[in-house]
Design a protein around this ligand. Structure first.
Ligand code: MD3
Ligand code: FE
Length: 208
């Protein structure tokens, strides 16, 4: 396995251009078939019920859901009452190559940033039981400005650009760092015909 780029944060490693153009296009074709079964939808915020600026869907045994009543994982898509589509083999292969974890991922959360107005505020990922497992993210489409900080919201942060085909692995203590997506850089990739950015986040949810 090739070496990643250290980001200055222990346990946060960037593997630029891990998927080449043909591999990205092949994966996108598989994802489009999955999206036909589980269409990306606009989730709502806990408490306020305000819609997010991104659309989401899930792949794998468990889907991550946000609703007025909070966040949770569920095996069924609430919009269709069917199981989520399978995680494509190319994504499972990335987990084997880069995560170094004993068990497979259970959730692939898909975040779709349709326009340059979509963003994700600073937050921690803390709804999983297997907090010893890393999180693996693959970016497809337009480049984003990603921000990562410390363990308190007010800690200083650093920006990284995530481009199409890049893999980011968040392991160790960094699993609990605050992070978010500030903006999408329009027309920075040709992969998605309508532009925008897809992020695929693989997570182990339950303890193996
Ligand atoms: C750093 N997604 O779905 S992926 C999320 O690009 C999420 O859509 C962002 O944050 C996106 O929860 C960032 C990279 C990522 C994922 C999980 C992390 C970075 C992380 C967990 C801890 C620290
Ligand atoms: Fe997150």
């Amino acid at each position: 396995m090739r070496a990643g780029l250290e980001t200055g944060f222990d346990g946060v490693t960037l593997y630029p251009s891990t998927l080449d153009g043909p591999a990205q296009r092949a994966l996108l074709t598989e994802l489009e078939a999955a999206f036909a079964l589980a269409p990306p939808y606009r989730p709502t915020m806990p408490r306020t019920g305000k819609p997010w600026s991104i659309r989401q869907t899930n792949l794998g045994p468990l889907g991550w859901l946000s609703g007025k009543d909070g966040y949770h994982y569920a095996p069924l898509n609430p919009l269709t009452q069917t199981f989520w589509p399978a995680i494509p083999a190319a994504l499972l292969a990335l987990w084997v190559d880069f995560a170094g974890y004993e068990a497979p991922p259970e959730c692939c959360l898909v975040n779709f940033y349709e326009t340059d107005k979509a963003r994700m505020g600073l937050h921690q990922d803390r709804d999983e039981e297997a907090l010893d497992a890393p999180v693996l993210s693959l970016s497809l489409g337009d480049t984003c400005v990603f921000r990562i900080g410390g363990f308190a919201r007010s800690d200083c942060t650093k920006s990284l650009r995530l481009a199409s085909g890049d893999v980011l692995v968040l392991g160790g203590a960094s699993r609990m760092r605050f992070h978010g997506v500030d903006r999408i850089i329009p027309a920075s990739s040709q992969l998605l015909p309508q532009g925008g950015r897809l992020n695929l986040t693989l997570r182990r949810v339950t303890k193996p």
